[in-house]
Design a protein around this ligand. Structure first.
Ligand SMILES: Nc1nc2c(ncn2[C@@H]2O[C@H](COP(=O)(O)OP(=O)(O)OP(=O)(O)O)[C@@H](O)[C@H]2O)c(=O)[nH]1
Ligand SMILES: [Mg+2]
Length: 400
């Protein structure tokens, strides 16, 4: 569990390491992090499940390294491990690809998959302390047109070069860390309408709220928090109307009807939709709600498996409201965590949660998958606003 002053894993740059078994992936992770995180051994196939390590990587910033099982694994278990490794591609921002002796076909296959997914690749040759790597180096240059970084996880050669290469490849959109962008300026007052006790996780605030509060404080804004029952009182206590009200989606309509005309209104989940996903696609996707019928099938996808607030919205409120419009017979499938069907075509609409537990890359890979298969995709916050008839009244954050 992250403490509140740490960057949550979902907000970190995801750097994954791929290579054959025994090429030294785990040793390299240990060398890069300066810690003994991953088990290393001369036995091929040591790493089985992906291993995640969050850390501050100088000069890059907060990252998470992902160690994987060798991509030349075989047999029944090997195939399972391989599919786990392939899953990692979806969340990878930067890939470290190890080239090793033997046939380079596996490396070539992975290079193609990474390029198809538009993931920047850092080519690496390891074990330069014990092996003569000149021939391999020439091959990588000639065959793939890549200039590999020559390293040794054992004696530390080249480790700094890898860090510098990572720093150069940090994607542009990753550098935007602001959820609110320039929606509010310094000195402005923002009123937050937070979930009531019963909907909030016991004793905690959920991540988007924590991140929004941090950003507003950094922006030198005055932040006032309340719940829907205290909304009018909170407004009364202010000497002028807040510039912006950010509400929990559940009381969208109530807040919209009772807010001062000059206060802009948005919701936590809409902010998150713009930050983690593709707001334009989500708004277009929400239009599909109007054509749902009793014969339609909707997929609801949650990123985490244990959020009472989201469960409540995703499992009860949204299906309930949709059936009210489309008819009781409308089918709703719910998936959680990393479960997400490969074939989406049987669905008329996909509704995704705010995805605070996923990184943007992961969320966007689902958006792309839905787009490729021609299935509209939208998000909890947008759907709540649409179903409550106030999508046109809200202030949208800047798209990425
Ligand atoms: N001399 C030397 N040995 C290395 C180096 N990197 C890794 N090794 C050794 O190579 C073997 C395999 O290293 P691992 O880090 O476990 O390799 P891996 O790619 O994670 O292997 P799997 O998890 O089995 O896929 C171990 O015996 C390491 O000590 C290096 O730079 N120099
Ligand atoms: Mg390993």
């Amino acid at each position: 569990m992250n403490s509140l002053n740490e960057t949550p894993r979902a907000g970190r740059l995801h750097i994954s390491i791929f290579g054959k078994r025994n090429s030294g992936k785990s040793s390299l992770i240990n060398a890069l992090t300066g810690q003994d995180i991953a088990i290393v051994s001369a036995h091929a196939g040591t790493t089985t499940d992906p291993v995640y390590k969050s850390m501050e990587l100088h000069p890059v910033g907060p990252v998470v390294f992902i160690d994987t099982a060798g991509f030349d694994d075989f047999g029944k278990l090997g195939e399972l491990r391989l599919s786990r490794t392939k899953e990692v591609i979806k969340k990878t921002d930067i890939a470290l690809l190890l080239f090793d002796d033997g046939s380079l076909d596996p490396e070539e296959g992975w290079l193609c998959s990474l390029r198809d997914a538009e993931i920047p690749v850092i080519p690496i040759i390891n074990k330069t302390d014990v092996l003569d790597r000149a021939v391999l180096q020439q091959k990588v240059i000639m065959v793939f047109g890549l200039i590999p970084i020559m390293v040794s996880a054992a004696d530390g050669t080249g480790i700094e070069d890898i860090k510098k290469a990572i720093d150069k490849l940090v994607p542009e959109d990753f550098k935007r860390e602001k959820i609110l962008g320039d929606m509010v300026g310094a000195g402005e007052t923002v009123l937050l309408v937070m979930p009531q006790d019963i909907q909030a996780p016991k004793g905690r605030l959920i991540l988007p709220q924590v991140q929004v509060i941090r950003e507003l404080l950094d922006n030198k804004c005055t932040v006032v928090s309340t719940v829907s029952d205290g909304f009018l009182k909170a407004l009364d206590s202010l000497s002028k109307a807040p510039s912006l009200i950010i509400t929990d989606s559940q009381c969208f309509r109530y807040v919209n009807e009772n807010k001062p005309g000059e206060s802009a209104l948005t919701s936590f989940s809409i902010l998150l939709a713009a930050f983690k996903g593709d707001l334009k696609t989500f708004i277009e996707g929400a239009a599909a709600i109007d054509s749902l019928t009793e014969k339609s099938r909707v997929l609801i996808a949650e990123a985490c498996t244990h959020a009472p607030l989201e469960e409540d919205i995703g499992r009860e409120q949204i299906p309930g409201m949709l059936r009210e419009r489309a008819g009781e017979g409308m089918k709703v499938d719910i998936v959680a965590g990393s479960d997400f069907p490969k074939d989406l075509k049987k669905y008329d609409l996909i509704i995704h949660c705010g995805s605070c537990m996923f990184n943007r890359k992961h969320m966007m890979s689902r958006v792309e998958q839905a787009k490729t298969q021609g299935v509209p995709i939208t998000n909890y916050g947008i759907v709540m606003a649409k179903l409550k008839g106030i999508l046109d009244d809200i202030t949208l954050p800047p798209s990425r």
